[in-house]
Write a protein that binds this ligand. Structure first.
Ligand SMILES: Nc1nc2c(ncn2[C@@H]2O[C@H](COP(=O)(O)OP(=O)(O)OP(=O)(O)O)[C@@H](O)[C@H]2O)c(=O)[nH]1
Ligand SMILES: [Mg+2]
Length: 302
């Protein structure tokens, strides 16, 4: 199937302010002790920004698989093993829940034991730990900072591009630097681009919502057929429909008709994408870890 919605050359998913953000990160990286890179637990590798990796490589680094409440828990476990086996610090959280912030705090302190010991030996016990919090648009950095701080200190909302400038938030023992979400210029594969579009990190108004919905149901039908069928009460026959008639069938079932009895496919598509993002289809991971040679032996033991 053609996935034209992100494949067009003229799509501006890398607007000018993102270049500015990357420059800001380059300048501020010197002033922090560690980096928290938030990834979306549903698409950990597709949401891993290679530009952020490059800029932050010199600092202790922790990967936070956020929105774990929306992802398939069994797959998230596999991802944690995947990152850890590569020697990277990794925790899975839901930034909206207090427990997530506590888990990250513990992991940062573990990552920085050397630094805190060094500071203590110099009598610098009061020095706060400075952490840059980064990620792709809409991944939840501002929400995370608010939960960590126990108060709404950074603006957060259900769309990409909410944070525009950087903002320091001081919390007991920590200075957290909230950064605008940022993408990168050229996605290696179309799959990365579509995954980012599905979870809402690329502005919807530059995407074709009907193509987006068709792409999403096609992909989820492959990996979680029961969940899709259950949500829209689809028969076996309907589950075998091409994506377009399938969107029509779902829209008709929901009574989304225009005069003349045709299905309002735009409305149906918006509903489908919204319901997926609100996890009405259940907990879904769109990406699975690639198999690593060093992990295969471990799997055999299970
Ligand atoms: N279900 C769920 N939703 C979350 C979680 N973290 C954040 N969100 C929601 O995701 C949306 C985006 O959150 P923000 O904190 O504004 O994201 P951001 O990374 O700061 O985004 P930009 O500033 O736009 O780059 C909001 O609607 C949050 O409520 C999570 O762990 N689980
Ligand atoms: Mg933000």
């Amino acid at each position: 199937m053609s996935q034209e919605f992100v494949n067009r050359q003229n799509i501006q998913w890398f607007p000018g302010h993102m270049t500015k953000t990357l420059r800001m990160m380059e300048a501020d990286i010197r002033n922090v002790d560690a980096v928290l890179q938030l990834l979306d637990a549903r698409i950990p590798l597709s949401s891993l920004n290679p530009e952020i990796e490059r800029i932050t490589a010199s600092k202790p680094h922790l990967y936070v698989l956020n929105k774990a409440d929306l992802a398939d828990p069994a797959i998230t476990e596999q991802w944690i093993r995947y990152f850890k086996s590569a020697g990277a610090g990794c925790v899975a959280i839901s930034a909206k829940q207090k427990g997530g912030a506590a888990a990250v705090k513990k992991a940062i302190l573990k990552e920085l034991t050397e630094l805190t010991a060094k500071r203590a030996s110099k009598g610098m016990t009061g020095a706060r730990i400075r952490v840059m919090v980064v990620g792709i648009p809409n991944v939840g950095t501002s929400t995370f900072i608010n939960t960590f701080a126990g108060a709404a200190r950074a603006k957060a909302a259900d769309k990409p591009g909410v944070t525009r400038g950087k903002q320091w938030v001081t919390v007991e023992g920590f200075d957290l630097l909230d950064m605008p979400g940022v993408l990168w210029k050229k996605f290696d594969t179309l799959e990365i681009a579509t995954n980012l579009a599905f979870i809402g990190s690329i502005k919807d108004d530059i995407l074709d919502i009907e193509e987006l919905a068709m792409g999403l149901i096609s992909q989820v039908r492959e990996i979680y057929p029961e969940q899709l069928a259950a949500r829209y009460k689809l028969s076996d026959e309907e589950m075998r429909l091409e994506p377009w008639p399938l969107v029509e069938a779902i829209g008709r079932r929901r009574g989304m008709l225009v005069s003349g009895g045709e299905v309002n496919t735009e409305r149906a598509s918006i509903m489908l994408v919204d319901e997926f993002r609100a996890s009405k289809w259940g907990r879904i991971s769109l990406e699975r870890p690639p198999r690593r040679r060093d992990m295969e032996d471990e799997d055999d033991l299970e």
